[in-house]
Ligand binder design. Structure first.
Ligand SMILES: CCCCCCCC/C=C\CCCCCCCC(=O)OC[C@H](COP(=O)(O)O[C@@H]1[C@H](O)[C@H](OP(=O)(O)O)[C@@H](O)[C@H](O)[C@H]1O)OC(=O)CCCCCCC/C=C\CCCCCCCC
Ligand SMILES: Nc1ccn([C@@H]2O[C@H](COP(=O)(O)O)[C@@H](O)[C@H]2O)c(=O)n1
Ligand code: MG
Ligand code: MG
Length: 199
């Protein structure tokens, strides 16, 4: 949804930043890798220590690199095929680290097995949502869209951890269960889209 409706407005902010970074000599691939490493290190450092609010802020900042790398690619004339694969692969690594760190927090710090279970569903469903699209595209089919694409998934999870970090009880658990349900629905939506596209 955000991919459809927010991308243009976000690009108005990110495109000038991307063009400026390119002029400074940075490459899209470097920004993709730095953002991914930053996201992984921040999530795996802060969340398992129970530092949810600061962790949410740093992870959020690092995920913005993913909006900038595409803007830089556009500034250099559309990017490369390797860059597109690197970007999508790094997204999967970052998503894995974010949800693994939240599951770790829920299980080891909170002792909340119900939230940890929801986090595991989110972890697997997030990977499958993207895999269905990638596999469909590799076969010449399409499977775009769905209720929770990557931006929505990150926003729901990070609002949950951010609010929990501010002291709102069960915010992360509620966000994880909501996201788990929406993510499973999205897997089904993408499979239906592939089926339609195959016909
Ligand atoms: C009181 C509590 C406080 C809590 C505060 C925290 C709240 C958290 C709030 C926001 C966090 C937002 C993080 C969102 C980051 C979004 C990054 C992102 O993933 O963008 C997605 C997309 C770019 O996608 P890519 O092409 O790089 O990746 C594709 C994606 O991985 C697909 O995955 P799938 O959906 O299939 O699972 C793959 O299939 C595909 O292969 C792959 O290419 O960009 C967009 O969708 C554009 C719209 C994003 C809208 C984000 C809204 C963020 C809100 C504000 C942005 C303001 C911009 C300012 C930028 C400043 C930069 C310095
Ligand atoms: N290192 C990179 C990163 C991205 N690209 C290109 O940008 C597209 C993604 O743009 P977003 O605005 O959605 O982030 C991606 O599909 C590539 O075409 C790149 O070339 N190198
Ligand atoms: Mg990107
Ligand atoms: Mg990306």
């Amino acid at each position: 949804m955000l991919n459809l409706f927010a991308r243009e407005s976000v690009s108005r902010v990110t495109d000038p930043i991307g063009a400026w970074l390119v002029r400074r000599g940075l490459t899209p691939n470097a920004v993709t890798v730095v953002g991914t490493v930053g996201t992984c290190v921040a999530a795996l450092w802060f969340f398992p220590r129970g530092q949810l609010f600061v962790g949410t802020m740093v992870v959020t900042l690092c995920t913005f690199f993913d909006l900038i790398d595409g803007a830089m690619a556009r500034a250099v004339g559309g990017g490369t095929r390797f860059g597109a694969v690197l970007d999508a692969s790094c997204d999967r690594i970052a998503d894995g680290a974010v949800f693994a760190a939240i599951v770790w927090w829920a299980f080891a710090v909170e002792g909340d097995q119900v939230a940890a279970a929801a986090g595991l569903v989110c972890l697997v469903a997030a990977q499958v949502i993207s895999y269905v699209k990638a596999r469909a595209e590799a076969t010449g089919l399409s499977a775009d869209g769905g209720l929770v694409e990557r931006a929505e998934r990150l926003i729901i999870a990070l609002v949950g951890t951010g609010l929990q970090g501010l002291g709102v009880p069960n915010a992360a658990g509620v966000a994880l269960w909501l996201l788990a349900v929406l993510a499973v629905i999205t897997v089904v939506q993408r499979l239906v889209a592939v089926h339609r596209s195959a016909r």
